[in-house]
Design a protein around this ligand. Structure first.
Ligand code: ADP
Length: 359
């Protein structure tokens, strides 16, 4: 799948070494070969670095500086790589290519914070992204996006317009029904509301729709995960034993309904000492890794307990979208891993071996 139309428009450019270098590049997320990345153009530009334009089959644009560095070293010439994202045209639901459920076995582990920042990170990686807040027990996505007083508007008498939070399309179950008394919810009612929101929101074309699920592994969560045509789920946990035990129940529940578990995210994994920078494992260490190994699922990220994360959330801002914040890179690498997992799990691919990283 080469984009040959404009390819190699600069005649002086040696194309084979570039193709070989691109094909040799590997990282935890970016393990696609040259035949799957589409080279659109290679352009010599005087004394400036060689410009290579790529189309990627999954959201991984922030990997490009590392790819450029690798290719530059291989071909002994400075290159600059620009990439756009074009997922294969396999639609999971209407014009949505992938629906990803963000779940947790237990409340308060940072599921919503993680969901919304993963959505923001996927946008940074070049994708078209939406988020659906389905947490009937405490819909918090509007607050996390600074949309507290927002009221939904109708596109026509059949469809609602999603909110636009700096390019992220957002919709919340909290707009549809008050969350004051979540005890009245039953599985069919919750899954009905979820499918209604999914159906009646004018999402337009999306690469990824992130669904912030209600915490827990009961009848409600089970019915909801059965009703949504999702590509997979990410389970958020903290390192505490109780949270890990509930995360394990989550893995079992998704296995039961045949929703692939893309991986675990260990949130509040450690606290970086503000004085010496050393990690403190406040809630324990290695529990999530052991759980992941036991179930053969990858750990997608260890997200630290960070004051910045809470402060950005309280201000309705996404830390994942702020390149100046170091933590944005942690969300970015988790987002790339999720995007690549979704790509590789499609039928024409063998499963990707995920490398556990420290960031
Ligand atoms: P859940 O959706 O699992 O109930 P939330 O995402 O609402 O949890 O997070 C609960 C609280 O923890 C919020 O105040 C949030 O700002 C805070 N929080 C979440 N993740 C982190 C983190 N990694 N570091 C610091 N605070 C966090």
């Amino acid at each position: 799948m080469f984009g040959l139309s404009k390819l190699f428009s600069s005649k002086s450019v040696q194309k084979q070494p570039i193709i070989a270098a691109l094909a040799a590049y590997r990282s935890a997320a970016f393990a696609v070969g040259i035949d799957e990345v589409c080279i659109e153009n290679i352009q010599a530009n005087g004394d400036n670095p060689l410009l290579i334009e790529l189309t990627l089959p999954f959201a991984a644009c922030s990997e490009m500086p590392a790819v450029a560095e690798f290719v530059s070293e291989q071909i002994k010439q400075a290159v600059d790589i620009r990439a756009t994202v074009q997922l294969p045209a396999d639609y999971k639901f209407k014009k949505i290519k992938h629906i990803v459920l963000i779940a947790s076995g237990k409340g308060g582990v940072g599921k919503s914070t993680t969901a919304v920042n993963l959505a923001g990170a996927l946008i940074q990686e070049g994708a078209k992204v939406g988020i659906l807040d389905a947490d009937i027990y405490g819909p918090s996505i509007p607050m996390l996006l600074g949309l507290v007083d927002a009221k939904p508007t109708a596109k026509n008498d059949k469809q609602l317009l999603p909110f636009d939070a700096k390019g992220l399309k957002a919709q919340s179950i909290g707009f549809l029904v008050p969350s004051d008394d979540a005890t009245v919810w039953r599985g069919p009612m919750a899954s009905g509301a979820l499918t209604q929101l999914l159906n009646e929101t004018a999402w337009g074309e999306l690469d990824y729709l992130i669904v912030d699920m209600p915490p827990g592994t009961g009848d409600i969560q089970l019915t909801m995960s059965q009703k949504v045509p999702s590509s997979g789920t990410v389970i958020v946990t903290t390192p505490q034993d109780l949270a890990l035990a509930d995360a394990q129940k989550g893995i079992a529940m998704f296995n039961k309904v045949n929703v692939p578990v893309l991986g675990l995210i260990e949130n509040m994994s450690h606290f970086l000492c503000t004085h010496c920078g050393e990690p403190n494992y406040v809630f324990g260490k290695d529990g999530a890794i052991k759980l992941a190994q036991r179930h053969g699922v990858p750990i997608l990220s260890h997200i630290p307990l960070a004051i910045d994360i809470r402060e950005y959330s309280e201000q309705g801002k996404l830390i994942a979208s702020d390149h100046a914040a170091a933590i944005s890179r942690t969300y970015a690498s988790a987002a790339r891993l999720i995007a690549s997992q979704l790509y590789y799990q499609q039928p024409h691919h063998n499963p990707l071996e995920i490398v556990i990283t420290d960031d």
